[in-house]
Design a protein around this ligand. Structure first.
Ligand SMILES: O=C(O)CCC(=O)C(=O)O
Length: 217
């Protein structure tokens, strides 16, 4: 039995930034892992991202809709096999809009966000992601982040600096994190993954993160 003594609660981490534990049920998590496996296949599959300074990101990545590279967007994998980026499925956009409605509520008199970018990050045991802002988009719609597999420490900071103040949150398989409004450009990162913590029935070794954004393009 692995039920929590006290269930984890939905938390507003900062204005416009909300963590919802267990938002995805186990069946939905499995469906998303299967989808990620298909998206990860070449062409335009999972790749190692090289940064302009000559380094590499330890989390490997595949994109849907628009291809993100440091630091811009393209329709083909300009820093990889040059293949057209895989399409962004409508059902994933609907999942993103539901995530925003469930956390931040329906936008006042404005149309709901038309999600058109997914970044799928795969973290093996030693992978992490440095503090950064999601600032290559031309739209200010909230970012939706879904976690699958191993638990990680997710560091959520502030828009001004890559350093303190920040809050460390444990993101587990099935958790949702949404950040918009005054937190849309907050720095965030993943300093640690806890290997071997994925739910065994998910059949995933490591951690997957699905980040949904609106390009505004
Ligand atoms: O893996 C995560 O939870 C964060 C991913 C992220 O920050 C990004 O893709 O920009």
């Amino acid at each position: 039995m692995d039920a929590e003594l006290f269930p984890r609660e939905r938390t507003q981490v900062a204005p416009g930034a909300v963590h919802v534990p267990d938002w995805l049920d186990p069946d939905r998590q499995r469906e998303l892992v299967d989808a990620c496996r298909a998206w990860a296949r070449p062409p335009a599959g999972l790749r190692t991202v090289r940064t302009p300074g000559g380094g590499t990101m330890t989390a490997r990545q595949v994109c849907l809709g628009w291809h993100w590279y440091p630091y811009g967007y393209a329709r083909t994998v300009v820093d990889g096999d040059d293949a057209p980026v895989k399409p962004f499925p409508e059902w994933l956009g609907e999942l993103g809009r539901r995530a925003v409605r469930d956390t931040l509520g329906a936008p006042d008199g404005e149309p709901e966000a038309a999600y058109d970018i997914a970044l799928i990050n795969f973290y093996a045991a030693e992978a992490r992601m440095g503090m950064h802002r999601d600032s290559d988009e031309k739209a200010d719609a909230p970012v939706v982040s879904l976690s699958l597999g191993d638990t990680c420490v997710f560091r959520f900071g502030n828009p001004e600096t890559r350093t303190r103040p920040y809050t460390d949150i444990e993101l587990r398989s099935g958790d949702l994190f949404v950040f918009g409004g005054p937190s849309r450009l907050a720095h965030h990162g993943v300093p640690k993954v806890q290997p071997g913590t994925a739910p065994p029935e998910l059949g995933l070794t490591g951690r997957l993160n699905i980040t949904l954004r609106v390009s505004g393009r």
